[in-house]
Design a protein around this ligand. Structure first.
Ligand code: CMC
Length: 428
């Protein structure tokens, strides 16, 4: 196979190198295109643009494959352990027993927030969106750890990562407690990552929340399935912000903001709103699908479609199976699960969705599961953020350590006014 592409532009023939990834993905390297031809490429939404080379996550959207550092996500289902996967993504290989113990210990010892930071929650209105609080507080962490702004050696970076992964769940739980006017519950050093988070969410000063094994496993799996997804909108945001030299905390805070949007992480909230709307009898599943197909309605079938997956989303498949298995045990017959199944059935047999290769994505079932575990709807995207954080950190570090990395600075095709004179206000 050729290792060069040839572009003909008028009389000129330009040779462009082909880059081949470890799974055989091919890219035309256009780094020097503008210098050679005066042309740029135009690709709104970056659907056809590779922004970097990365060794973290592999996706084959047609085959429904998702692998973290080479390991298929299905392999994590038997005994899901989010801490182990976080290490894998960040450090590149599965932790040894000693590495895992040390990392778990760090996740436990860093769980507390500085008391000064705790007081900042009081300044937010009760109805503040938890994603706004999350982003603000992750950024605020950088004020409390200025020593972690300049991360050059591996050891320091791992400390910063553990701090962030540990504290994000404390921030998330405190945001929830604040919104309900409930006292903050301190992390319990005897509990592991997920049970400790649920303890901070749901324990009362007079009554400890006890996390059932089934919930612990399902929550670990949900977090794992959200942990990375290569160059998605929020991860690309983290990379873009990090490319300016911004610190890890500032870059991840920006990632939270990007994830918030309804077309990205915010879709899990929209899915539940949609299911509840149907459940409350405002619409039938058939009506909803009809509306989603009507271009004038601006309504989309939330939790459906993906930029990369054009056959099935393996994360949705796994979560759908977990929902089937644990929902009856957690909350009996959930009518929202029946509605979701019905919507899926209608959409998957409708030419509109078939022709456009639109299938359920990760957000389609995650909300139903989170709801069954007692997580309120407005916290769903926060849960996505907790899950996605190791991915953001891994990408930030990969870029930070990479050679020849440049500040992200796309170009544009200007379509505004051509040169015209300034007219003083009394002559307009
Ligand atoms: N319902 C109805 N029509 C849809 C949907 C949907 N959910 N998704 C895409 N389409 C249509 C779209 O209108 C367009 O139709 P046409 O060709 O006639 O103009 C066609 O399918 C292609 O859509 P697109 O917007 O060009 O596709 P995209 O790759 O830019 O967008 C997406 C991907 C995920 C933003 C989009 O499918 C969507 O908005 N889905 C609903 C929101 C959602 O569930 N988001 C979560 C994504 S998974 C979690 C994550 O990674 O963030």
């Amino acid at each position: 196979m050729t290792d060069k592409a040839t572009l003909t532009l008028g009389e000129a023939r330009i040779e462009l190198p082909i880059i081949i990834g470890s799974e055989g993905e091919r890219a035309i390297d256009i780094r020097d295109l503008r210098a050679q031809t005066g042309h740029i490429t135009l690709d709104p939404g970056f659907g056809n643009t590779g922004s970097c080379e990365s060794a973290i996550t592999y996706i084959d959207g047609d085959a429904g494959i998702l692998r973290y550092r080479g390991i298929p996500i299905e392999d994590f289902a038997a005994s899901p352990n989010f801490g182990e996967v976080a290490w894998l993504l960040i450090c590149g290989s599965l932790p040894t027993a000693d590495e895992y113990d040390a990392f778990s210990t760090d996740l436990t010892r860093f769980a507390n927030l500085d008391e000064g930071m705790k007081h900042q929650f009081e300044g937010f209105p009760r109805n503040a969106p938890p994603m706004a609080i999350l982003s603000a507080m992750i950024n605020a962490l950088s004020c409390f750890h200025p020593e972690l702004h300049e991360l050059e050696d591996e050891g320091q970076f791992r400390i910063a990562s553990a701090r962030l992964i540990s504290k994000i769940r404390t921030i998330a739980a405190y945001a929830f407690r604040h919104s309900r006017g409930l006292p903050y519950i301190y992390p319990d050093p005897n509990l592991r990552y997920v049970p400790n988070f649920l303890h901070m969410m749901f324990s009362q000063p007079y009554k400890q929340y006890v996390c059932p094994q089934m919930v612990r496993d399902a929550m670990n799996l949900i977090l794992i399935l959200h942990a990375d997804h290569e160059q998605n909108c929020s991860t690309s945001t983290v990379r873009v912000v990090g490319s300016s030299g911004a610190n890890l905390f500032a870059s991840c805070a920006a990632g939270v903001c990007a994830l918030w949007g309804p077309l990205h992480g915010g879709a899990n909230v929209e899915v539940l709103t949609m299911l509840e709307e149907i459940h409350h009898g405002n619409m039938t599943p058939e009506d909803y699908v009809k509306l989603a197909k009507d271009k004038d309605s601006k309504v989309r079938l939330m939790g459906f479609g993906h930029r990369v997956y054009k056959n099935f989303d393996p994360r949705a498949k796994m979560l759908g199976e977990v929902a089937e298995k644990i929902l009856p045990r957690l909350c009996g017959n959930d009518p929202l699960l029946d509605i979701a199944r019905r919507l899926e059935e209608i959409a998957l047999s409708d030419p509109y969705f078939i022709d456009r290769k639109l299938y359920p994505n990760v957000d389609f079932y995650s909300g139903i599961l989170l709801r069954a575990m007692g997580i309120p709807t407005n916290m769903f995207t926060v849960m996505f953020s907790i899950g996605r954080l190791p991915g953001w950190i891994a990408h930030w570090w990969e870029q930070h350590r990479g050679h020849g990395q440049r500040i992200a600075r796309p170009r544009q095709i200007y379509t505004g006014e051509t040169q015209r004179p300034y007219v003083p206000i009394d002559q307009r």
